[in-house]
Design a binder for this molecule. Structure first.
Ligand SMILES: Cc1ncc(COP(=O)(O)O)c(C=O)c1O
Length: 442
């Protein structure tokens, strides 16, 4: 069994996270409960930053907060000196409420509304990552309207798409995000932005995929962006001070995943960027990255209480837990795989196979096929590992299940980051049914 970050097994045979017994956490907060090992998040953040500073390369490490967004994680990101990537007015609002410095926020998204962009101007975000021509028009208008300038990155699709274990290059990438790098769109975006008063183009941005395990695809992307930047320098005399290579660094969900350490990804990125810049004499740009999953993914563990069981003879035994696709849609959405353990009996051999199912009314609501646990009974505490990214962030109230509580555990202490939803919360936004008149409703 693989333990992550600060996870240990204590003398009672219980799983501990951040020096706190998970059985105690489940007793105190109920289940499902998502426990974040914030020590692990901090060490990852520091490792990414150190990898750049060790090489003396000016950089910005922005937490891609779509992976997990709440006041507490924004505060932690601020404590660690990270920058922040937000993709909606809601994420921006939460970050500002958390006291995150606006000038370190990058605003992303393929369909930012005028209201969201106005909010970005009013709050004074550090930069907007421009995604399409309509948005460029709106940014220009808002700059005029508010009398404020704006730093802008141009998001491009470089025609390189990284899949989990390999990558493909396509002449014309089919993506809803960004400007095509090679068919003239990116050049046109630069032209319009350069002619729009108040716009200050920082450089190019790309994000080539997620859960990437090697460095080659990042290298290809870096080379292709620097190629364009160099062309702009030669043709227009314009030098980009920033190259943003996005996120996508992989983590270990199962034993088949072999991620690199943060410094390995970063060192290789730096080598490629330096080499590509040196070949053309291009001044070394600042390198910005946007890790999401690799900062919070394996730091999150979801604790569930085991409930009903059903054996389909000769096929499988279903073990149902008190959550499911409502708190973790990833297995149902794209076949994501996870591992689990029995948090209250960690020392027993985990050699019985179960299909861990959720409690939602969908046959596809299965969290793990072929999980290996000890013989499990009702009331046992099932820990599903690596649920920290795109889990709570994508949670829903399907079947009117309240969303779980979230706690942060570190150095033997823990604190509530998000309280559990109550049934009252569930009806908070519902309009009261209209009073039925004498004749009733038709
Ligand atoms: C633009 C951008 N940056 C960063 C990320 C974070 O990716 P990951 O969580 O794989 O690091 C994403 C994820 O979708 C993204 O779209």
């Amino acid at each position: 069994m693989h333990l992550y970050g600060t996870q240990t097994i204590n003398s009672k045979g219980h799983l501990e996270i951040g020096g706190t017994d998970t059985v105690r956490l489940a007793d105190e907060h109920g289940t499902p409960l998502i426990v974040y090992d914030t020590g692990l998040i901090r060490s990852r953040a520091r490792a990414f930053k150190k990898a750049f500073s060790d090489e003396g390369v000016p950089a910005q490490v922005a937490y891609a907060s779509k992976a997990f967004s709440c006041l507490a994680i924004y505060r932690l990101a601020e404590e660690e000196g990270l920058a922040l990537d937000v993709v909606s007015g809601g994420e921006l609002f939460t970050a500002i409420r958390a006291g995150f410095p606006a000038e370190r926020i990058h605003f992303h998204g393929n369909n930012k509304s005028r209201e969201e962009l106005r909010m970005a101007f009013e709050q004074g975000v550090g930069c907007i990552v421009a995604d399409n021509f309509m948005e460029i028009g709106m940014i220009g208008e808002l700059s005029k309207e508010t009398g404020r300038g704006m730093d802008v990155l141009i998001r491009v699709t470089p025609g390189i798409e990284a899949h989990t274990h390999d990558y493909i290059t396509t002449g014309q990438e089919d993506s809803k995000f960004g400007f095509d790098l090679n068919n003239g769109q990116a050049d046109e975006a630069l032209r319009i932005l350069s002619e729009t008063p108040g716009m200050h183009v920082l450089g190019l941005h790309c994000h080539i995929g997620s859960q990437i395990f090697d460095t080659e695809a990042f290298g290809l992307a870096a080379r292709s962006l620097i190629g364009k930047m160099d062309a702009w320098r030669r043709e227009k005399g314009f030098v980009c001070p920033v190259l943003n290579l996005g996120g996508g660094f992989g983590i270990r969900y199962t034993e088949d995943d072999h991620p690199l350490e943060p410094d390995e990804y970063v060192r290789s990125m730096i080598l490629t960027v330096k080499a590509a810049a040196a070949e053309t004499g291009y001044p070394l740009p600042e390198i910005w990255i946007e890790p999401g999953r690799s900062l919070v993914g394996d730091a999150g563990t979801t604790l569930y209480t085991a409930g009903s069981m059903k054996t389909v003879p000769g096929i499988r035994t279903y073990l149902a837990v008190d959550g499911g696709m409502s708190d973790n849609i990833r297995p149902a959405l794209y076949g994501a795989e996870y591992t689990a353990a029995l948090a209250n009996r960690m020392k027993l051999p985990h050699d019985t196979r179960y299909t861990i199912a959720g409690k939602c009314c969908e046959s596809g609501d299965k969290l793990i096929e072929n999980a290996r646990l000890p013989e499990t009974s009702e009331g046992d505490l099932v820990a599903v590992f690596c649920t920290g990214a795109y889990g709570y962030a994508m949670a829903s109230n399907y079947n009117r299940l309240p969303r779980p509580a979230v706690v942060f555990a570190e150095n033997g202490e823990h604190r509530l980051a998000i309280r559990r939803e109550t049934y009252e919360d569930l009806i908070r936004l519902d309009a009261e049914p209209a009073a039925v008149g004498k004749e009733g409703m038709r």
